[in-house]
Write a new protein. Structure first.
Length: 178
């Protein structure tokens, strides 16, 4: 997407400026155009759309989507969850996996615990919780996800599951601090 490209271009621009100003490798820094970024509002999944999506997705992705809706975890946090992070109804996410760099230990719902237990830890040699055919899932928002969205006529991003989770908690009266 445009934002990701612009972040990468910022690195290129910085390197080119350094090549010109500090190292004298080039005479003039070339212009690298930024892409226009569109900031769209998050989409909140309705209960009916959630039901349709979970029904349509293959079981391994359905489990990840339902887990995301139960916990509000980011995609990168979910796909990197390992069995040693899950203990006594709580998930411990190390700082290296968190966007803000702070470790998190949080209780999860009964349903989220059931989803984890239903993934069968004995399958495969990898320690990640969410797997497909015994191997860790690298990107749950890939081809099966896109196919489901297209066939169900849904326009959501995986990150919108996090917004859906937060909105539903707010509707239940949970404060922003909680």
């Amino acid at each position: 997407n445009a934002a990701t490209c612009n972040r990468n271009f910022n690195i290129v621009r910085a390197l080119l400026r350094r090549a010109e100003r500090d190292l004298n490798w080039i005479a003039k820094t070339p212009y690298v155009k930024k892409y226009k970024e569109c900031n769209r509002d998050p989409v909140i999944l309705t209960r009916e759309d959630q039901r349709r999506l979970l029904w349509y997705l293959p079981p391994h992705l359905s489990a990840i989507v339902e887990f995301a809706l139960e916990t509000g975890f980011r995609k990168s946090e979910i796909i990197n969850l390992t069995w040693n992070m899950f203990k006594n109804g709580k998930i411990s996410i190390p700082s290296r996996l968190r966007k803000n760099g702070e470790a998190l230990r949080v209780p999860i719902t009964q349903r989220a615990q059931e989803i984890i237990r239903e993934t069968h830890p004995q399958r495969g040699i990898y320690i990640e919780i969410f797997k497909y055919r015994g191997k860790p899932i690298k990107d749950p928002a890939s081809s099966a996800w896109r196919r489901a969205l297209k066939n169900l006529n849904l326009n959501i991003r995986f990150h919108d599951l996090r917004h859906t989770w937060a909105t539903r908690l707010a509707e239940q009266g949970v404060s922003v601090q909680q």
